[in-house]
Design a protein around this ligand. Structure first.
Ligand SMILES: NC(=O)c1ccc[n+]([C@@H]2O[C@H](COP(=O)([O-])OP(=O)(O)OC[C@H]3O[C@@H](n4cnc5c(N)ncnc54)[C@H](OP(=O)(O)O)[C@@H]3O)[C@@H](O)[C@H]2O)c1
Length: 340
């Protein structure tokens, strides 16, 4: 069986290797033929050693896959052989609030093997069926990006019809967020550094207004666009300097879903902005399998497809990582294990 491992020492440490098949599934587990894997910004951090440092021994890369169930272990009721499935990011977080035990089951980092292998064993309770209208490549994009966007906009953002939702960037989480904002009948303001991507976002994802996060005074632009009201929800993928400005751009009672660190892990915020506008900042760590089922269900009912930027073959995994790092993408970057 072929797989890719990472060691936390850069993309040179992303190695393709032969290994033994994983064997038979135990109680509550299933054996899955992996068909597609999607990349996340976290995969770059793990490869670079910016997430959990050096991986010694190296771990199997990546966290998001879709594939076909080959064999089920004893007591498995959720899925059967032949089912098309996608995985939750945590091997164990069925529902409710995270805890110290479950947090260690996040795959593809911190010493826990990921899913970029031809076969994996996964707990059946952490698998969700891929909707019929979606391909394996599309199904593989929900695990982190789709789930996180759902958590940011719906579970914790509580966006309602006619709300204004500010979304930063056009990466994996952000494009899912734009689709979900439209699904709930809210209005989106996209902040992007790219005019070309802004045009695509307006055309394909119903973005109402566009701003540029590199331009001074963008928080005031958000307040102006919303007629002085401010954003009801912010999907904050940047952290760093962006967080304080996102808080300033909020409506009274606004909710900032703090997702990412593209602009750094240290922020300076003006406490007065939080107090005066009664803003809530909520840290997001993806969500539980229950919430993953909810977002996949919503895409199934609405017959919407996740947006794929580019699909690479298994042999071109290193190029897929490099493409993600170049930030040319809009939406998701996927590795198709069936393509050579
Ligand atoms: N907490 C969680 O559960 C969770 C889950 C998923 C991701 N994350 C984090 O969320 C972030 C995004 O992840 P992703 O996988 O969606 O990344 P991604 O696909 O690599 O997104 C990259 C895009 O982000 C935008 N961007 C870059 N720097 C920015 C900045 N300073 N301010 C605003 N936007 C910026 C750019 O969009 P433009 O080209 O349009 O400018 C860029 O193309 C990462 O920090 C990741 O670690 C956290």
């Amino acid at each position: 069986m072929k797989r890719y491992t990472v060691n936390g020492k850069g993309l040179d440490g992303l190695q393709r290797e032969e290994s033994h098949p994983p064997g038979a599934p135990r109680r509550g587990e299933v054996l899955v033929d992996v068909r597609a894997v999607s990349l996340n910004y976290r995969d770059l951090m793990v490869a670079d050693g910016r997430y959990g440092g050096e991986q010694n021994p190296p771990i199997v890369a990546c966290s998001d896959m879709a594939g076909e169930v080959v064999e089920v272990g004893p007591d498995v009721t959720e899925v059967k052989a032949g089912d098309r499935v996608l995985n939750a990011p945590f091997r164990c977080w069925p529902a409710g609030t995270m805890n110290n035990k479950w947090v260690k089951t996040f795959v593809g980092g911190n010493g826990v093997d990921g899913v970029l292998a031809q076969q994996i064993i996964y707990p059946s309770a952490a698998l969700v069926n891929v909707p019929e209208h979606l391909t394996f490549c599309e199904g593989a994009t929900f695990t982190i990006a789709g789930l996180t966007a759902w958590a940011a906009v719906v579970t914790h953002g509580k966006a309602k019809p006619s709300d204004w939702v500010l979304v930063h960037g056009t990466g994996g989480v952000s494009i899912f967020a734009l689709q979900i904002v439209r699904m709930v009948g809210a209005r989106s303001i996209l902040s992007t550094s790219s005019e070309a991507k802004a045009e695509i976002a307006k055309r394909e994802f119903g973005v109402t207004e566009v701003i540029d996060y590199r331009q001074h005074g963008w928080s005031q632009r958000v307040v102006d666009i919303t007629g002085g009201r401010g954003a009801d929800v912010v999907v904050e993928v940047a952290g760093g300097r962006s967080l304080g400005l996102s808080i300033q751009s909020c409506a009274y009672g606004g909710r900032v879903s703090l997702v990412g660190v593209l602009d750094g892990v240290k922020s300076m915020i003006n406490v007065r902005d939080l107090l005066r506008r009664q803003v809530t900042v909520r840290g997001i760590l993806m969500e539980s399998t229950e919430e993953l089922r909810a977002v996949v269900y919503a895409y199934d009912v609405a017959k919407i497809r996740p947006h794929l930027s580019r699909v690479f073959s298994f042999n071109h995994t290193v190029q897929a990582y490099e493409y993600l790092r170049s930030q040319q993408h809009i939406g998701k970057v996927v590795i198709d294990l069936m393509a050579v």
